[in-house]
Ligand binder design. Structure first.
Ligand code: NDP
Length: 296
């Protein structure tokens, strides 16, 4: 029997736990505040930011929304970041990517105060993660860790294969899998577009994380019996639906389900966890900056 891993349900449980932490912080006069900065040429970014703000408001986290025109000079964005860094009422800062071409995203990430870097993308936070004492874990891989934990899926001693080596998913996922800590201790292989004989590697996986951005790229023939499949991909493909498209993952769900012991659906698997972990990092940021143990 293949188990369907319900990310919506696990994320809802996590949000309830976070609700208690937000209430307690608010009672002590420290309501968490997340500032989102939108300066993106991608129309979808507006929707993503709106979703993040709604998530915050549902939990009682203050959401500040700053929007800049895409034609503004980079210095405008840096000024906004500097102001938010200096604002003691702001606990977390998120600059929605992509930013326009004339803005160096690396500079953006380095400009954000690492204590307020709730995406976990600042080099200091990346370094801490790699060194084994993470501050803010990036939301998607951290959400996957939480999914596995909630499902009682042990990682220790397992062969984990991560397909994709992006800064936001693949690399931090692999780093979490190799941590000497709960949710880690897996023997980890990272695959990418130059990997030779990918299927040979993926068939070795006890836990497979697919993050390529290629619709239905991994199919059942590339998997071994009993594998746990975590599908990070969110891809729009043309379909005969009202919207004219449907969302599919990086895994071909039907054939993979025939092999998997457990699998995440798309949508409703990793996506809701990514959103929940941003709230988690914001609550954690408030606790760290106010010197309050929020026991997450
Ligand atoms: P990127 O495009 O940044 O990275 C894709 C990775 O896949 C790269 O490392 C690339 O290798 C690798 N890749 C490409 N082709 C192949 C191939 N033929 N064989 C093996 N590896 C290959 O994507 P992201 O990591 O940002 O996102 C991946 C997917 O996850 C997307 O669908 C995205 O929409 C989704 N996503 C979902 C989230 C969620 O919350 N569910 C959050 C973030 C992303 P190389 O480095 O060699 O180019």
């Amino acid at each position: 029997m293949t188990e369907l891993i319900d990310g919506e349900e696990i994320a809802a449980d996590l949000r309830s736990e976070l609700q208690a932490a937000v209430d307690s912080l608010a009672d002590s006069g420290h309501r968490p505040t997340l500032a989102t900065v939108l300066m993106s040429p991608d129309p979808a970014s507006e929707t993503y930011v709106a979703m993040k703000q709604n998530d915050c408001e549902e939990l009682g986290i203050d959401a500040r929304d700053i929007e800049l025109d895409v034609d503004e000079p980079a210095s405008e964005l840096f000024d906004v970041i500097d102001e938010l860094n200096d604002d003691d009422d702001v606990d977390g800062i998120l600059v929605q990517s992509p930013v326009p071409e004339h803005v160096d995203y690396r500079e953006v990430l380095e400009r954000i105060d690492p204590m307020k870097d709730v995406d976990g993308f600042h080099p200091e936070n990346v370094g801490r993660l790699v060194a084994g004492y993470p501050r803010y874990k990036p939301c998607t891989p951290h959400g996957i860790q939480k999914l596995l934990e909630a499902e009682g899926i042990e990682t220790e001693g397992k062969d984990a294969v991560v397909v994709g080596r992006s800064r936001i998913v693949g690399k931090p996922m692999a780093n979490l899998f190799i941590q000497k800590a709960p949710g880690g201790n897996a023997t980890t292989t990272i695959c990418h577009s130059r990997t030779d004989d990918l299927a040979e590697k993926t068939r070795d996986a006890d836990i497979l994380v697919a993050a390529t951005g290629i619709p239905e790229f991994i199919d059942g023939s590339m998997l071994s019996e009993g594998v746990v499949v975590i599908d990070v991909g969110i891809n729009r493909v043309d379909a005969d639906t009202d919207k004219g498209y449907e969302l599919v993952g990086d895994v071909e769900f039907d054939s993979a389900s025939e092999k998997a012991s457990a699998i995440t659906p798309v949508p409703g698997g990793v996506g809701p966890m990514t959103r929940a972990m941003l709230l988690y990092n914001t609550v954690k940021a408030t606790g760290l900056q106010e010197g309050i143990d929020v026991a997450l």
